[in-house]
Design a protein around this ligand. Structure first.
Ligand code: ADP
Length: 260
């Protein structure tokens, strides 16, 4: 609590009492802590690839430059780490833009079936590499009103996660159901699953259950935070159910007509 005090003085300068204002700052402190953690996390996430880019470049300049094989492998790492930095910075910019609400929702009618099919084509190389099946089940078309590129980002993030966190030979199923006012999309995988105690935290920025695995698969820990944000501005929602070793289902609800 923060406490402010002031005397209450009457018309004849007599003391009538004292006014105390108790201000509950629990929420402010919590937000301040989130902000501090965020800045610390961003700094850490940016530092890691930069340290490695610097380290490998320095080693090359110190002499390893003449060995073609080393040169190739170091340059590959440098390129990969630069890519990571680029994705990270892009995602951070997206998040902060959304938070400042400076972006305008470009409303349009979006066919989710078409969009999900496009994304599955986009993922086809990775699906083949991991011998995963991806099925889309639902009507021929399912329209919602929203910002096409942002909604696409939601499903790219969720479907990429299903690919990343499912073992070779697994199955991903995307089910689309139309309700009266909404369209519901379930992204279901039979992958590694998430422990109950981790579930409430996975939508936080930079939160990753297994940091090493996530980083190897190109993860930044921002994907689900972005999903949540985009859905919030569309008045939609996302929920998750998961069992370790059995699989995970993310359920997204979007309105057919946006009420703003
Ligand atoms: P990342 O870039 O690490 O994938 P996300 O914000 O997209 O970040 O996801 C946060 C964490 O939630 C992931 O690191 C992973 O541990 C967990 N996660 C997300 N989707 C799945 C899934 N389909 N199956 C298992 N774990 C998942």
């Amino acid at each position: 609590f923060e406490v402010y005090g002031a005397p209450i003085i009457g018309n004849h300068d007599e003391w009538n009492g004292i006014l105390l204002i108790f201000h509950d700052i629990t929420e402010l402190k919590r937000l301040e802590q989130i902000r501090k953690d965020f800045v610390a996390n961003v700094s850490h996430e940016l530092k890691t690839p930069i340290t490695s880019i610097k380290g490998f470049s320095e080693t090359l300049l110190d002499g390893a430059l003449h060995d073609e094989e080393t040169l190739r492998s170091f340059l590959t790492i440098i390129l990969e780490e630069s890519d990571r930095l680029q994705v990270l910075i892009q995602e951070l910019l997206n998040l902060s833009k959304m938070e400042q609400q400076v972006f305008v929702l470009n409303r349009q009618d979006v066919d989710l079936i078409q969009m999900l099919t496009d994304i599955s084509m986009m993922l086809s190389t990775r699906l083949e590499e991991k011998q995963l099946t991806l099925d889309i089940v639902g009507p021929n078309q399912a329209f919602i009103e929203g910002d096409l590129s942002r909604i696409k980002q939601v499903f790219i993030n969720l479907m990429s996660n299903a690919v990343n966190y499912t073992l070779t030979g697994g199955a991903i199923m995307v089910c689309v159901k139309e309700e009266e006012d909404t369209v519901i999309v379930e992204i279901q995988d039979n992958g590694i699953g998430i422990e109950p105690k981790e579930l409430p935290r996975i939508f936080e920025r930079f939160y990753r259950v297994d940091k090493a695995r996530s980083r190897d698969s190109g993860g930044t820990g921002l994907g689900l935070a972005i999903v949540k944000h985009i859905l919030e501005v569309h008045h939609g929602k996302v929920k998750v159910e998961s069992t370790v070793g059995v699989g995970t289902t993310f359920t997204v609800t979007l309105y057919k007509k946006l009420h703003t």
